[in-house]
Ligand binder design. Structure first.
Ligand SMILES: Cc1ncc(COP(=O)(O)O)c(C=O)c1O
Length: 393
């Protein structure tokens, strides 16, 4: 039989540090390897499987749509596209949606919308975009220009001009750079790839005020935080600070590729015909899957259950902190992380895999937890027990 890992080594560009396992099946909170071993998944494909693997409602919606009409491109209307845009709009900012295929593309659209808005109200001078250090917005050139992580940007310079970076949770640093030439401020309410660092509520309130004073768009990248991950449909709902534009992707399509850029009504027609596009974006199959995802997330008590389970995992992690096994616990809902006193996070992730538990580390010191939102108490306990043993060793 072909050795899959060797095949990747030979034929797939080495852009990922993959774990040494080949998965052939997924069901709920478990993935299965070629020998049929079950792995408890606390990564959920980096939060693309918020409803767990192969959720029956998602599978059914996608299969039915697949047999009916796969895609038409965007020269025509399809029913799932209209229905999903209606749902997303009415659950969030009340304006219009642009569909793409990924988080980076959703941000690309938001960046172009911001630049066009700047042109409309202030000419080409109003083009600067401010983002936060340690943020992550994707790997395409525009999204990378917004991603203020020097080691990720360095090999690809020069980047897009006009981006400025300030430290998170420091309103004075932001005040020092915002002026009439700024067309947008882009941020994650909780920095995900950066290691689960939430922004303070009073900071978000102050950023909103500053953006309004300078007629700059406030754009929230909810690609990782969105769609129930933090115990609310969107992370901004915790503070009540509403963005002008919000980007979504990851779990929106129940692990099928779809991105969405949602605008408030005032900014819904900034991008006109021919100004942006995507041949595949908003295809009927991922849209049908996304409608099923949203119906599950908005079912009575679903988000409350995320808050309860997130609170439970957090309480167990806090106990580990009290016991000196971890040095810090951060996050919200089922988007949590612990810092370790020693730089052994990658070793713990490798050890977890041997124990049939899937974990992820964002750095040598930080382990991140993004379990499917349908995780059960017993599964949370199993992962915490593993960590207690591994970190006590
Ligand atoms: C906050 C955030 N924005 C954007 C992206 C990029 O999404 P994609 O990998 O789908 O392009 C990610 C991916 O991790 C993310 O976490």
């Amino acid at each position: 039989m072909t050795n899959i890992i060797e095949q990747y080594g030979k034929y797939v560009m080495p852009t990922y540090g993959r774990q040494p396992v080949v998965f052939v099946r997924g069901n709920g909170c478990f993935l299965y390897d070629e020998e049929g071993n079950a792995y408890l998944d606390f990564v959920a494909g980096l939060s693309i499987n918020n409803l767990g693997h192969c959720h029956p409602a998602v599978v059914k919606a996608a299969q039915l749509q697949m047999a009916e009409l796969i895609n038409t491109c965007n020269l025509y209307y399809t029913k799932p596209g209209g229905e999903l845009a209606d749902l997303l709009s009415n659950l969030s900012l009340g304006g219009k949606v642009f569909f793409s295929n990924s988080g980076a593309e959703a941000n690309e659209c938001a960046i172009k919308l911001a630049r066009k808005y700047g042109h409309d109200i202030g000419g080409e001078d109003k083009h600067r975009i401010i983002t936060l250090e340690n943020g992550f917005h994707g790997r395409t050139m525009a999204a990378l220009s917004a991603t203020a992580q020097p080691e990720k940007q360095a090999p690809f310079k020069p980047l897009l001009p006009g981006f400025m970076y300030v430290p998170p949770n420091d309103i004075n640093a932001l005040k020092a750079v915002v002026d009439s030439s700024v067309c947008a401020i882009i941020l994650e309410v909780i920095q995900g790839e950066g290691g689960i660092h939430p922004l303070d509520e009073d900071y978000l309130v102050a950023v909103r005020k500053l953006a309004d004073e300078h007629h700059a768009l406030l754009i929230f990248d909810e690609v990782q935080t969105g769609l129930g991950r933090t115990g609310k449909l969107f992370a901004w709902e915790h503070s009540g600070v509403k963005p002008d534009v919000m980007t979504l992707a990851k779990s929106l399509g129940g692990a099928l590729p779809i991105g969405a850029t949602v605008a408030a009504p005032e900014y819904s027609d900034v991008l006109g015909p021919g100004m942006h596009g995507s041949t595949f974006g908003g295809g009927p199959v991922p849209c049908a899957a996304a409608i099923a995802v949203i119906n599950e997330l908005t079912a009575p008590d679903f988000l409350t259950s995320v808050q309860i389970k997130g609170g439970y995992l957090r309480s167990l992690l806090e106990k580990m902190k009290a016991d000196g096994l971890v040095s810090e616990v951060r996050g919200m809902g089922l988007m949590l992380a612990v810092d370790l006193p020693e730089p052994v996070a990658a070793d713990i992730v490798a050890e977890a895999l041997k124990n049939k538990i899937i974990l992820n580390n964002t750095s040598e010191n930080t382990i991140r937890f993004l379990p499917p939102l349908v995780v059960e108490e017993g599964m949370i306990e199993a992962v915490v027990e593993f960590l207690q043993t591994a970190l006590s060793a």
